[in-house]
Design a protein around this ligand. Structure first.
Ligand code: COA
Length: 179
């Protein structure tokens, strides 16, 4: 049976607002070379601490929604899904990104959590378009966009992290369509 057809191992997840106590999870997500190979490489402890503070601040201000992905059965934290406001091609849009710890990958967790986050972005009613910019060779992330109904707009040069450019796909979801 192919990995794609094997739904037996898919597990139920919830998304919960990022909290003060989630720094250790962020260290596992952003401090690991394998986890960040499509994201410019691992961040230092200082960068991760700054990112954690930024997550809390932006969520407080309302310009981002930052979620921890939690396994419903055990309550374990499996990753994160985050969307935030940005300007793209001169228009205000949302951008979304996701991460799941290696031990939990391949069980539909990122797809399920991203689906929940999309429902939140839709109910915010603030921006029509939600974009994702996975690196062209990030196969699972491109699969998530395809499965969740994003439209592939184009391949583009994308700056991430600041000062570093990579080849990405611009995927766009129209939040006014579907439910
Ligand atoms: C990308 C990531 C979040 C995927 O997490 P996951 O929980 O394993 O993803 P899912 O199990 O929901 O699988 C997503 C899709 O990718 C597919 N997939 C998984 N691994 C794959 C691979 N190596 N090649 C092709 N497709 C793959 C799955 O079949 C699934 O597609 P489907 O829904 O059509 O069956 C995880 O690999 C990760 O955290 N990577 C590092 C961080 C990162 O790159 N984040 C993305 C920034 S845009």
């Amino acid at each position: 049976m192919s990995r794609r057809d094997d739904v037996s191992e898919r597990i139920a997840v919830s998304i919960e607002p990022w909290g003060e106590g989630d720094l250790a999870l962020l260290q596992k997500l952003m401090g690991d070379p394998e986890m960040t190979k499509h994201l410019g490489g691992p961040e230092s402890d200082e960068q991760i601490t700054e990112r954690h503070a930024r997550f809390l601040r932006l969520a407080e201000e309302g310009s981002a929604r930052v979620f921890k992905i939690v396994l419903q059965a055990s309550g374990e934290a499996a990753g994160s899904v985050v969307y935030w406001e940005r300007t793209w091609r001169g228009e205000p849009v949302y951008e979304i990104g996701w991460e799941v710890l290696p031990v939990f990958q391949g069980r539909g967790i990122a797809s399920a959590a991203t689906k929940e986050a999309i429902a939140m972005a839709r109910s915010d009613g603030k921006h029509r378009f939600l974009h994702a910019f996975p690196s062209v060779d990030n196969l699972p992330s491109n699969a998530i966009c395809r499965t969740l109904g994003f439209t592939l707009i184009e391949e583009c040069e994308f700056e991430y992290p600041r000062g570093s450019f990579m080849r990405c796909n611009d995927w766009r979801l129209d939040l006014c369509m579907g439910s």
